[in-house]
Design a protein around this ligand. Structure first.
Ligand SMILES: NC(=O)C1=CN([C@@H]2O[C@H](COP(=O)(O)OP(=O)(O)OC[C@H]3O[C@@H](n4cnc5c(N)ncnc54)[C@H](OP(=O)(O)O)[C@@H]3O)[C@@H](O)[C@H]2O)C=CC1
Ligand SMILES: O=C(CO)COP(=O)(O)O
Length: 316
């Protein structure tokens, strides 16, 4: 306890990697609590080694496609062994099927790695609206330090003992959010949306538990919480992808005009690979995948889901 207290007192400087929507919002939340913050991106004048000099916490909000590259460069920088690495990316690596925290932990086996994930639409956070999130790590003390660094009157941070589940909740819901956008774009109604989100959660639990997550984590803020936020907000880029596909735009048109990253598009492909290898049934993800590939129209995808074999709600 004394050791944890002194660890927290030592935190003065936090470096945020990724100056996109989420990195900038996270940097502001840390600044609000009086810490010194360095915000780095590959476009900034500040070099990465300089950004990391004497830092106690590194927060990564790099999009999935850049995580491996940035991790490799960070590996070549001198960082103190006790530096806490926090990952806020919501995606899966298409080459290795690994999560961002696994990439960080593999590269830095002796550093504490903490996952930060929750229902956190960055625009709302930038508007100073209240929100809650979850931090999780196999190193509980590191998660507690990060909890304190981020917690404020407008950002309520919970700890959770299941880092894999917390990380996968934020990642898997992006695919269901694309489907939710389609549902709203096609004006299918509230009943359809409730069915989609609920069955989407079942699908997240099914694939997430195979990947090592605990079921109960998906019913918390980082699972259901984030699913609700993302499936119900036009601020979500993933939702926007689905919504605009339903209005007849092509994926290329949508991606060209989208402000920022929609991780669900790549995550969907990775999930299909995993599901095929491990024989996991993820019908909603499968229809999102076929829609993104141009193999079905939104209406055909809907029909495929509605006309699947009838079955019990749960398998015991
Ligand atoms: N926005 C949100 O509401 C939330 C987003 N997230 C997650 O955070 C992550 C980032 O999202 P967001 O900030 O919105 O996305 P943005 O597109 O706004 O920003 C992405 C950041 O990643 C950087 N980046 C991308 N590729 C590379 C690369 N190859 N090398 C170095 N840097 C790279 C970008 O740099 P550059 O500008 O130079 O391209 C930019 O700084 C995503 O995984 C997202 O799911 C999580 C919670 C909330
Ligand atoms: O993860 C998010 C909210 O928690 C952000 O969602 P989008 O990436 O779909 O905008």
């Amino acid at each position: 306890m004394i050791e944890l207290k002194s660890q927290i007192q030592k935190i003065k400087l936090v470096t945020v990697l990724g100056a996109g929507a989420w990195g900038s919002a996270l940097a502001d939340l840390v600044k609000l609590n009086g810490y010194q913050v360095r915000l780095w991106s590959r476009r900034s004048e500040l070099t990465l080694p300089k950004a990391l000099e004497d830092t106690e916490i590194v927060v990564s909000a790099i999009s999935m496609k850049g995580v491996q590259d940035v991790v490799s460069v960070v590996q070549s920088c001198p960082i103190a062994p006790q530096t806490i690495l926090v990952t806020a990316t919501k995606g899966l690596d298409p080459q290795t099927n690994t999560t961002p925290s696994q990439i960080w932990q593999n590269a830095f086996p002796h550093h504490p790695v903490v996952v930060l994930s929750g229902p956190n639409l960055s625009k709302e956070i930038q508007m100073q609206l209240p929100a809650a999130t979850v931090v999780s790590s196999i190193n509980h003390d590191a998660a507690t330090v990060v909890q304190l660094v981020f917690s404020s009157h407008r950002f309520r941070v919970y700890t959770n003992p299941d880092p894999v589940g917390v990380e996968l909740g934020g990642t898997l819901k992006n695919v269901i959010a694309i489907a939710a956008g389609v549902c709203d774009g096609l004006q299918l109604g509230t009943n359809a949306k409730a069915a989609l989100v609920t069955r989407g959660l079942t699908e997240m639990v099914r694939i997430g538990t195979v990947l090592g997550a605990k079921t109960e984590t998906f019913y918390g803020l980082s699972g259901l919480g984030d699913l609700l936020a993302t499936c119900n907000s036009p601020l979500s880029r993933n939702y926007q992808v689905g919504y605009q596909l339903a209005l007849g735009k092509t994926l290329d048109q949508i991606m060209t005009n989208l402000p920022g990253t929609a991780e669900g598009v790549n995550t969907c492909q990775v999930l299909m690979q995993i599901a095929q290898q491990q024989n996991i049934s993820i019908p909603i993800t499968e229809q999102v995948y076929r829609l993104l590939q141009g193999e079905v129209t939104p209406k055909q995808g809907l029909d495929e889901l509605m006309l699947r074999d009838i079955k019990p709600e749960y398998h015991h």
